[in-house]
Design a binder for this molecule. Structure first.
Ligand code: ZN
Length: 311
């Protein structure tokens, strides 16, 4: 059986966004749900650490990090029209990205095979120099850059099945030949990037794979795109480690996304990606929560995702 870790910390509840769809109840209630599941005791519990400045600076600018650090600790406000910030936000963001670096270290040390990081704020819209779309630090990008630039992993692949395109992750690795970025997303939709023509540049030419799917797409369309385009692209890249930007907002009950998946669909996709990781890199896989805004659907989907990783 795979040794699967769960990285979670109540620090994520301190990023207080009030009545915003991306609120603390998302991870709190998911964690409660997971605790009620028979497989919970099989998960290896990992404590996230705060990401170090030099790890943040692998993907974000010094100017942006300094601007976040200089916000007075009592201040509330917006970093962009969708991204709220309060007294506990930067600490939560540091522990969200730090869950990924901790997971990479545990995998490299051979303690675990794979990890799911139940984190917030999410990450995949965060750009090198600014927050965007509920995201402050780009958690998965920090993890992939940390793995490939500072640890012993030559190549990484990121598979992003959040309903939105991960424009921040695409931007960060646009010219990076070591990190493959593959996204399945609703199109046309926020944030507007992610056309098939966007494939990377320089050393990263061909290392961005965008698969836009029409509004209302269901499991069949996702599995076909995964099997015919994403899995072959990842096999060609020969990664040493695979990341998942695991957004569950393509669930049919999600109030933001317009797709037609259910929790079983996420189990099916997870099994396919896990099988790919077994073939490509001895099962080494780091998954991190991105979106998902119907709490019941999110908890059920995260449960199926973890059960499939454990299987
Ligand atoms: Zn999303």
């Amino acid at each position: 059986m795979a040794r699967v870790a769960l990285a979670y910390d109540e620090i994520y509840l301190k990023h207080d966004t009030g009545g915003h769809p991306e609120h603390e109840g998302r991870v709190r209630l998911c964690h409660e749900y997971l605790r009620s599941q028979p497989f919970f005791e099989k998960l290896i519990k990992v404590r996230p650490r705060p990401v170090a400045d030099e790890e943040v600076l692998l993907v974000h600018t010094r100017r942006y990090l300094d601007s976040l650090s200089s916000i007075p600790s009592t201040r509330r406000g917006n970093l962009d029209p969708d991204t709220l910030f309060g007294p506990g936000s930067l600490k939560a963001a540091r522990y969200a990205a730090g869950a990924l670096t901790e997971a990479v270290d545990r995998i490299e040390a051979g303690d675990i095979d794979s990890a799911f990081c139940l984190v917030r704020p999410p990450g995949h819209h965060a750009l090198p120099d600014r927050a965007m779309g509920f995201c402050i630090l780009n958690n998965v990008a920090v993890g992939a850059a940390y793995a490939t630039r500072t640890r012993g992993f030559a190549r990484a692949a990121i598979i992003d099945f959040d309903v939105h395109h991960g424009n921040g992750t695409q931007d960060i690795f646009w010219e990076d030949g070591d990190v493959l970025y593959c996204s399945l997303h609703e199109w046309p939709f926020y944030p507007g990037t992610g056309s098939r023509e966007q494939t990377g540049a320089g050393k990263g030419a061909g290392k961005t794979v965008n698969i836009p799917l029409p509004h209302g797409s269901g499991e069949e369309a996702y599995i076909e795109a995964l099997e015919e385009e994403v899995l072959p692209a990842v096999r060609r890249h020969k990664p040493d480690l695979i990341f998942i930007s695991a957004g569950f907002d393509a669930h049919r009950s999600d109030p933001i996304g317009g797709m037609n998946l259910d929790e079983e669909s996420f189990a099916t996709m997870t099994r396919a990606i896990k099988q790919l990781a077994m073939e490509s890199c001895d099962g080494r896989l780091v998954s991190a929560l991105e979106g998902g805004y119907n709490i019941d659907a999110l908890a059920a989907s995260v449960g199926m995702h973890l059960a499939a990783l454990l299987d």
